[in-house]
Design a protein around this ligand. Structure first.
Ligand SMILES: C[C@H](O)[C@@H](O)[C@@H](O)C(=O)CO
Length: 549
């Protein structure tokens, strides 16, 4: 039958040559980041091509380098979709990531790709490529799209060689996940104050409910960080969808004197700032004043809506208007922070309390930070909690020490001497054109609980474990900082009973949540109460590594 209608012509996507894999590279939306990270990406792609050549395979790029921008990253969802129209649907496909990337640039194409998918990154710190890899893996996991993943310092090691060989031979890679076990059913646990607390907090949340305020959902393509209402609401947590425009408008209503009082408080508390005068590259008094206004505005809007936690995405929108939100975020997560009153001056907002903030509007962090806050407060502990990027790591003195490094700020109580150790650096111009201060420093040694809430198989899962934040010699700290971003706070982390590769293979997020406890026994107890709370709320809880439960 012939039709007079203008039927769309579907493009022939071709067939793939034998022993050939296609390669794509998802990039940032911020062109400054794509341009700056391109040489590192090229080195990674060469290393991957060489590793495949060792197995007798060729790697062909599915998209070229744009002569106008000078880089070969996919820099938008539209560009990603267009590129997928010329990739044979059954092609073995490598997604190579040396930089932070916006997953949604490629998730649409990957969702329907039929051939085996391999995500790959260089195990290096200079750019957040590992962070990008983990975010992408989490997005694929949430979509239910099968994929394999591999990482290597330079792809010349036997471990990577064997993994790539396995992928070529079987279309998959099996990683070791023997460090993970299911949290026992709550009914089977011996009665204890922690079990009782976890149960009571879960019950309270489901009956009384809580609100997380999200200033613009969906930061930087982080599909994995959006937890659908259908999954979040059964926890007793509901979203208040807020606009960053409203936050910006509220900032304009804060007068300079009120803002400057925040700055004086921070200086009196001992915080220092690396100030300059050139707005384009240095931190200035003007940028700080705007950040203080944002801090006040965020608390007032949170008060208006009766929020239990708040998240500002900042990127997409605010980054073009005003300095970074990071200073605000670290302060909100700290119990001790500059006082802010309601607009009429009659009430100090959240006096003597942290208001949990989930950076980059990561809703997995939101639910985790909220419950962590409640458990830690009920136990009389400092509830200061934060996410970190899983940035990188290396062995030191015979043990693998991770670099956890959030791209901006931590609550100052995570430093040995609190605000006295907190330094404000200008955010780098590559990611933050309008500047703004970070809260940087070295997170103090101590016992921590780490966790991540994520979606897999259409359900909520929580991986939770124990770790120690350790102290490294000053020269090793500065080496790690110089190898990553010195303007961002660093935590030296030794995971208990989880190897580097076990963690990489298993972790389903670019972020990891951490909270301190004063000693190992208290950390174990807090972990138990938190795990019980999540289990009671219906999440599948998994214990990772050595956990005393
Ligand atoms: C500034 C960078 O884009 C960071 O925001 C990025 O590496 C992340 O933090 C991703 O979690």
């Amino acid at each position: 039958m012939t039709s007079d209608y203008a039927l769309p012509q579907l493009r022939d996507r071709g067939t793939v040559a034998p022993k050939t894999a296609y390669l794509i590279a998802s990039g940032d939306l911020r062109e400054s980041a794509n341009v700056a990270g391109w040489p590192t990406q090229q080195a990674l792609e060469q290393a991957i091509a060489d590793a495949f050549a060792r197995q007798g395979w060729s790697v062909v790029r599915a998209h070229g380098v744009d002569p106008d921008t000078g880089h070969g990253f996919i820099s938008s969802q539209r560009m990603g979709l267009d590129i997928f129209t010329s990739i044979p649907p059954d092609a073995p496909l490598i997604v190579a990531e040396a930089v932070w990337q916006y997953s949604h640039h490629v998730l649409a194409g990957l969702r329907t790709h039929r051939g085996p998918i391999l995500t790959a990154a260089n195990f290096a710190g200079e750019w957040p490529g590992l962070v990008g890899l983990l975010g992408l893996n989490a997005g694929l996991t949430k979509m239910g799209t099968p994929y394999s993943t591999v990482w290597s310092v330079d792809f010349t090691d036997e471990w990577a060689h064997d993994r790539i060989g396995e992928w070529i031979a079987t279309g998959g890679i099996r990683h070791d996940s023997s460090h993970v076990r299911a949290f026992p059913p709550v009914e089977s646990l011996e009665a204890s104050p922690e079990v009782e607390l976890g149960r009571a907090l879960a019950k309270q949340l489901q009956t009384d409910k809580a609100i997380i305020g999200v200033f613009d959902e969906g930061c930087m393509g982080m599909y994995n960080a959006i937890i659908d209402d259908e999954l979040l609401n059964p926890l007793g947590i509901y979203k208040e969808r807020l606009s960053q425009s409203a936050l910006y408008a509220e900032m304009q209503r804060v007068d300079d004197d009120t803002a400057d009082a925040v700055g004086r408080w921070l200086l009196d508390a001992g915080m220092t700032f690396k100030l300059g005068t050139d707005d384009a590259t240095e931190l200035t008094e003007g940028q700080l004043r705007e950040q203080y206004k944002m801090y006040i505005a965020a608390l007032r809007i949170s008060d208006d809506f009766g929020l239990d936690a708040v998240g500002i995405q900042y990127q997409q929108g605010l980054k073009d208007l005003t300095p970074a939100s990071d200073l605000v975020e670290g302060l909100l997560n700290n119990v001790e922070r500059p006082p802010v009153t309601s607009r009429d001056g009659s009430r100090v907002l959240w006096e003597g309390k942290a208001l949990p903030h989930f950076n980059e509007a990561d809703e997995g962090v939101a639910a985790d930070a909220l419950i962590t806050n409640r458990v830690w407060v009920a136990m009389g502990l400092d509830p200061a909690t934060t996410l970190h990027d899983v940035r990188w790591g290396e062995e030191f003195d015979g043990q693998f020490v991770w670099v956890y490094e959030i791209s901006g700020s931590v609550p100052p109580s995570h430093f040995e001497n609190g605000y006295a150790d907190a330094v404000g650096w200008r955010q780098g111009p590559v990611f933050f054109p309008a500047g703004g201060s970070t809260i940087t420093g070295v997170s103090k040694p101590g016992e921590i609980v780490w966790s991540r809430l994520y979606i897999a198989g259409g359900e909520l899962h929580l991986d939770i474990g124990r770790a120690s934040a350790v102290s490294l010699p000053a020269e090793e700290t500065s080496r790690r900082w110089r190898a990553t971003n010195i303007e961002w706070p660093i935590m030296h982390v030794v995971l208990h009973g989880v190897s580097r590769d076990q963690f990489m293979a298993r972790h389903k997020a670019n972020h990891v949540q951490v909270a301190y406890a004063p000693d190992a026994a208290t950390a174990d107890a807090a972990l138990l109460a938190k795990a019980v709370a999540f289990a009671e709320l219906g999440a599948h809880v998994h214990l990772a590594g050595e956990v005393n439960v």
